[in-house]
Design a protein around this ligand. Structure first.
Ligand code: SIN
Length: 278
């Protein structure tokens, strides 16, 4: 076994060293990566040099089924299983990738009945300043809640909508957002059995069966608790980094909306399919 797992100093997540993801991995290595992913919610590999095929293979360590992103315009030319996130432009001015995949807190694909299990990003180029990704540990946040709050949240459901934070990308790409769908407010992890908050400011519109003000006030309380410093971390990328996170245990936010356009950032992104959160 070649894998060393070192918890990140930032609070959660773990760095995995001793592996080249462009090479075939042993079953033991794959198991060690998977266990670290479940335990730490987020894993980081440095100094990787991957082709699209290697990136897809690395994502498959976390699940067999990968899904193409809805925004077909930003698929990698070699494979729809990779979406290109980039603020670079072609010579004719058209975007080379999606410049901002979400500068708001969200859990990937929570707006669909079968949300994404995990997301993997591979950093091709990273500016010297800006473009960090923020992460929030929703398992630790739930576990730290007082018992009366846990009791209050039991059995509640909330609606999620991709277009909750209105995004002009839908009209620009002439796409219709998927219909809103309900999710549990507290999600039990399908593999670890640990509970986590499963609403997010980016996609959750309201808690069901509550008057609007009550739902808004409860969501505000939950987000204030989850987004306190003790459950959050900021990841500063290096070119060659690969990060994968567990969408049933965390939420994240890009910061690319505020990135200086002269600072170039290009990342490949793969989405690992999941099952119903109920
Ligand atoms: C994402 O939200 O999937 C991308 C995060 C980032 O670009 O920092």
């Amino acid at each position: 076994m070649n894998v060393t797992v070192t918890p990140l100093k930032q609070g959660f997540g773990a760095e995995i060293s001793g592996l080249d993801l462009s090479q075939p991995l042993t079953d033991d290595d794959r198991r060690a990566i998977y266990q670290a992913f479940l335990k730490h919610h987020l894993v980081v590999f440095h100094d990787q040099n991957l082709t699209p095929e290697h990136t897809v293979n690395a994502a498959r360590i976390l699940g067999d089924d990968l899904e193409p992103h809805l925004f077909k315009h930003f698929h990698h030319p070699d494979t729809p299983l990779i979406m290109v996130l980039s603020n670079r432009r072609e010579d004719d001015g058209s975007p080379k990738g999606m410049a901002d995949a979400g500068t708001f807190w969200h859990s990937d694909v929570s707006y669909k009945p079968n949300p994404a299990k995990a997301t993997l990003l591979y950093a091709r180029e990273i500016p010297d300043h800006g473009g960090d990704t923020l992460f929030c540990n929703l398992t630790a946040a739930y576990e730290a809640m007082p018992d009366d709050m846990k009791k209050r949240l039991e059995g509640l459901t909330a609606m999620h909508d991709y277009n909750h934070v209105p995004r002009d990308v839908f009209s620009k790409l002439k796409l219709t957002p998927p219909p809103p769908c309900p999710q549990p407010v507290v999600r039990t992890h399908p593999e670890t059995g640990r509970k986590a908050i499963y609403i997010n400011p980016g996609y959750t519109t309201h808690i069901e069966d509550m008057i609007e003000d009550e739902s808004a006030a409860l969501m505000k309380d939950i987000f204030r608790h989850c987004l306190s410093d003790r459950f959050r971390m900021r990841y500063k990328w290096r070119a060659g980094d690969v990060i994968a996170w567990d969408n049933a245990a965390t939420m994240h936010s890009a910061t690319t909306k505020n990135l200086d356009p002269s600072k170039h950032r290009t990342i490949w992104r793969a989405t690992i399919s999941g099952s119903s959160a109920f």
